[in-house]
Every structure is written in structure tokens, then in C-alpha cells.
Design a binder for this molecule. Structure first.
Ligand code: HEC
Length: 148
């Protein structure tokens, strides 16, 4: 009885070590590299860590700027002025900066970015827990938040 349990435990440990080794190899064979495509596990873990780094209170903040055609027009103009250099006007990030920084720019239209809460997006562009590159671009919170 005990020996079966021991074998099961050893097999479990071997499998876990092998999966960690495989993950480590897959994730880090290119190092953290701006040219290489990151492994999906690296992307997944990075997104989870960033999600956890934003306090719940901040994460659940909603955009206080009411939506109106004027706000949308202003936000589009702001995005074109302050964000499109890296993210491109269509949000796909296919710019010379966007494809050559680490981490590479995620497509803002993809499910991952679209599923970010207002609070997470506000964090991403107001410098608290976010990519330093997007930050410090808009000085007034209200103007930054209108983009969200
Ligand atoms: C100098 C280049 C640069 C500029 C300018 C820039 N960003 Fe970013 N942005 C990045 C990089 C690099 C990332 C990826 C880093 C990350 O997600 O940790 C990113 C990530 C983001 C994300 C998170 C997307 C996701 O799926 O995780 C949002 C939202 C964002 N930017 C919005 C903006 C907005 C809005 C502006 C304009 C106010 C802006 N950015 C300006 C470089 C830039």
C-alpha cells in the first residue's frame, strides 16, 4: 500500500519536474528578447502578474468620463497624437517601435486587451502599474481617462 503511494509520488514529482523543465526551456530558450515571439505561457504569466499587481480597488474603477460623440472624437485625436506612434492608429501595434520593444505591443483590438477592465486600462496609461512606455504621455488624468 505504502509502496504504491511512494511510486505515485515519485511519478508525480518526475512529471512535475519534466513539465517545469519543458516550460523553462520553451520560455527562455530565446531569453527575454524584443525580436523573438514570446511563448504563449510567458504572455499568459505576464498578463496574470500584471493583473494581480493592480489592487482590486483600482481594477474595479470604472471610467467616470461619460461617453459622448465629442469625448470619442477627442479620444481618437488624443490616441492618434499620443499613442499611435507605438500602437498604430488601428491599435494593431504594427509600427517600427511596436514590433521592436520588449514586450512587443499587444493588439489593442484582441480579446486580451478588450477584456481589460476600465481600471486596468487606466492603470496602463496612468503609470501606476504599467508599461513605462505608455506612461507620462498625458499629464492630466481626465484627458488620459477620456481615451479609455
Ligand atoms: C512608446 C511606445 C508606447 C506609447 C507611445 C504608448 N504605448 Fe501603450 N504599450 C506600449 C507597450 C510596449 C505595451 C506592452 C507592455 C505591456 O503590456 O506590459 C503597451 C501596452 C498598452 C496597453 C495594454 C494592452 C494589453 O493588451 O495588455 C494599453 C491599454 C495601452 N498600451 C494603451 C496606450 C494608450 C491609450 C496610449 C496613449 C495614451 C499608449 N498606450 C501609448 C507602448 C506604448
Amino acid at each position: 500500500m505504502h509502496s504504491k503511494l511512494l511510486i505515485l509520488l515519485i511519478v508525480g514529482i518526475v512529471l512535475m519536474t519534466a513539465s517545469l523543465g519543458w516550460f523553462g526551456y520553451q520560455s527562455f530558450k530565446t531569453g527575454f528578447n524584443a525580436k523573438a515571439e514570446p511563448h504563449m505561457l510567458e504572455v499568459f504569466i505576464a498578463r496574470q502578474l500584471r493583473h494581480l499587481a493592480i489592487p482590486v480597488g483600482q481594477r474595479t474603477t470604472t471610467n467616470a468620463v461619460p461617453l459622448s460623440p465629442e469625448v470619442l472624437a477627442d479620444a481618437r485625436a488624443r490616441f492618434a497624437d499620443h499613442c499611435a506612434t507605438c500602437h498604430a492608429n488601428d491599435g494593431k501595434g504594427k509600427t517600427s517601435i511596436g514590433q521592436n520593444v520588449y514586450p512587443k505591443l499587444p493588439e489593442l483590438r484582441f480579446r486580451d486587451a478588450q477584456s481589460m477592465s476600465d481600471g486596468e486600462i487606466i492603470s496602463a496609461i496612468t503609470m501606476e502599474y504599467a508599461p513605462p512606455t505608455c506612461l507620462r504621455l498625458e499629464k492630466e488624468n481626465q484627458k488620459r481617462i477620456s481615451i479609455v
